[in-house]
Design a protein around this ligand. Structure first.
Ligand SMILES: Nc1ncnc2c1ncn2[C@@H]1O[C@H](COP(=O)(O)OP(=O)(O)OP(=O)(O)O)[C@@H](O)[C@H]1O
Ligand SMILES: [Mg+2]
Length: 229
């Protein structure tokens, strides 16, 4: 199987005054197309830093990243912000721990938002009903985020991440704020997206039961891979 993501020696050092923190330290692994990767580890171990670099949202201090065989980050290569934006739109959907829904837009408008920036609004409107049905939020389409439960907000955030048909879904603790029933629903949904649509999933989770859906598990400790199974 082809490797959709290749990470080699990824290192991300944050500087805070005189202090340097290696949030990510020489991390290497490959992600086969169509797989689920679970990223686990204690708070502060570098999980968000890793998925932000993999998702081309943050530059590593050193190391290499290839997406679909093409170099994104490597020594001597500096892609422009415009090119990175194209890569993000082409490959990725993102679900962030804090949802980041726009409070003044309805559910439907929030989901369609990514298309507004890339003139694919018409195409996305065609996807909208199917995605809202799949996520069980069709009845909430004209609600504002403040009128939703936490689980519904999370599902709107997932719908927004899916609206552009991404090849890769990056989900940073998508059940962090949910009870076990809602968490179970999101887990089933993520497995469903992987199995039926072939979406490659990078999943950060604290929940060991949820992490078991991974074909590959990356455990981080102080920015390093502890074990890869
Ligand atoms: N912008 C930043 N500036 C300086 N240090 C940072 C920054 N962002 C993260 N860090 C540090 O990098 C380390 C890794 O942070 P990261 O957010 O990747 O951890 P995490 O594994 O996602 O934790 P959590 O489970 O709490 O979300 C931590 O020590 C954190 O304090
Ligand atoms: Mg985090």
């Amino acid at each position: 199987m082809a490797h959709l993501i290749e990470a080699k020696g990824l290192t991300r050092i944050y500087t805070r005054g005189a202090e340097k923190i290696a949030a990510l330290n020489d991390v290497s692994f490959n992600v086969p197309e169509g797989s689920i990767v679970s990223v686990i580890g204690q708070s502060g171990s570098g999980k968000t830093t890793l998925v932000n670099v993999l998702g081309c949202l943050d530059n590593p201090t050193s190391g290499e990243l290839k997406i679909d065989g093409a170099g994104i980050f490597q020594a001597g290569l500096e892609l422009s912000e415009t090119k990175l934006t194209v890569i993000r739109r082409k490959f990725f959907g993102y679900v962030f721990q804090k949802f980041f829904l726009i409070p003044t837009l309805t559910v439907k408008e929030n989901i369609l938002l990514p298309g507004v920036f890339q003139s694919s609004l018409k195409a996305n409107e065609k996807n909208l009903d199917g995605i809202m049905d799949m996520l069980g939020i069709a009845k909430r389409k004209d609600h504002l985020p403040a009128q939703l439960s936490g689980g519904e907000m999370q599902r709107v955030a997932i719908a927004r991440a899916l609206i552009n048909n991404p090849k890769i879904l990056i989900a940073d603790e998508p059940t962090g704020n949910l009870d076990s029933k809602r968490s179970g629903e999101i887990k089933d949904l993520i497995v469903h997206l992987n199995k039926t649509k072939g979406i490659t999933i990078i999943l950060v989770t604290h929940n060991p039961d949820f992490a078991k859906i991974g074909d590959i598990t990356i455990e981080l400790s102080d920015g390093c891979i502890k074990q890869a199974a």
